[in-house]
Design a protein around this ligand. Structure first.
Ligand SMILES: Nc1ncnc2c1ncn2[C@@H]1O[C@H](COP(=O)(O)OP(=O)(O)OP(=O)(O)O)[C@@H](O)[C@H]1O
Ligand SMILES: [Mg+2]
Length: 329
């Protein structure tokens, strides 16, 4: 498990993540399963005894922005062995017709076996099966990748101590053989009420705001169907509201500096005795501006025009997949 000497092909990443599993908002069932099957056992594949089949593949599936990659990174933070990440779109973008697709897949597995125990995190796994009818080379490529992936999974032995953590946002598009390589399928659903509240608290932590607990609860209640990314984007927009307000302001006052600045500027009314008529753009260093706190009205304004990425209709596809294949072993 010596990692210093690891020389990786350019498409395999071995990053240091810092996301504690317990700090991941919601997803309790998924966290439990990931702890049980990957993080806590001191050996993987985990189910070695009682003649059970070894666990070789776990699939995280769910709508975009729900936190699949984030959760995988949390596993990467907690897992004691080597955690290798491969992003589907990067493989495709680096693709050149001279390279051999099966070699890429073989390299990934060889690397994991060499530095066992290891997790191969294959993000956006559909790159292996994506079919593009307009492009024969790509079809041939994905076909060869898929075949090699199936071979590698088939040949994975207990003492290889390698498990594949696949991630898919459209699991129903996976080739059935590929789907079956993942004995455990974990649904990463959109954040529920409590998780949404936690997300608001988390993302607001480092921003100056004056929202009460009840107001945060209101926001959490009124963001059903919002993904983690949607909530993040909504907060970013709300945080921007005080800046927008300052852009319209015509008067600022200069006060003795805080935060290491000689002077700071605060927006004020025209009739303030210290008011200076000026525009925000005239302040050379934006860090000298003290922006008003983000407030509930800012949020209500942004919430009024925000829409979740997913619809109830689209979510049905995930529920159907869960019903059909969620228990598939
Ligand atoms: N449980 C969580 N707690 C805190 N932040 C989260 C959580 N889940 C997701 N996020 C944040 O939400 C954003 C989207 O998450 P992520 O990229 O993991 O989604 P995804 O399911 O992988 O989406 P996609 O299918 O589009 O790749 C990220 O910025 C991540 O930091
Ligand atoms: Mg992702």
């Amino acid at each position: 498990m010596e990692t210093k000497e690891i020389k990786l092909p350019e498409y395999i990443y071995k990053e240091k993540y810092n996301i504690k599993l317990d700090e991941v908002a919601g997803q309790e069932k998924a966290k439990e399963a990931l702890k049980e099957f990957i993080i806590n056992p001191d050996k993987i594949p985990t189910i070695l005894e009682n003649n059970q089949k070894p666990l070789k593949g776990i699939l995280l599936y769910g709508p975009p922005g729900a936190g699949k990659t984030y959760l995988a990174k949390a596993v990467g933070t907690e897992f004691k062995g080597n955690f290798f990440t491969v992003y589907g779109p990067i493989i495709i973008s680096k693709w050149n017709p001279q390279s051999k697709p099966e070699i890429i897949i073989k390299d990934i597995f060889d690397c994991a076996k060499k530095y066992k125990p290891a997790v191969i995190h294959l993000d956006e796994i559909d790159f292996i099966t994506k079919v593009n009818n307009e492009n024969d080379i790509m079809n041939d490529t994905t076909r060869k990748m898929k075949q090699e992936f199936l071979n590698q999974m088939q040949n994975l032995k207990n003492d290889d101590e390698v498990v594949v953590l696949g991630v898919a946002s459209k699991p129903w598009e996976l080739d059935p053989l590929l789907r079956k390589c993942f004995q455990k399928k974990i649904y990463i659903n959109l954040p529920k009420l409590n998780a949404r509240k936690k997300l608001f608290e988390l993302y607001l932590k480092n921003n100056s705001h004056n929202l009460t607990n009840e107001q945060i609860e209101y926001l959490a209640k009124n963001t059903e169907l919002f993904s983690c990314s949607d909530i993040y984007n909504l907060i970013q927009e709300a945080i921007y509201e005080p800046i927008k307000k300052c852009q319209k302001v015509e008067y600022f006052k200069k006060i003795k500096g805080i935060n290491g600045h000689e002077w700071n500027y605060i927006p004020c009314e025209q009739n303030d005795p210290d008011a200076i008529k000026m525009k925000m753009e005239e302040i050379k260093d934006p860090k000298e501006i003290i922006f008003p706190e983000v407030n509930f009205d800012d949020f209500k304004k942004v919430l009024g025009r925000a829409k979740p990425t997913m619809t109830v209709e689209e979510m049905k596809k995930y529920e159907k997949f869960e019903e059909e294949f969620g228990q598939e072993e």
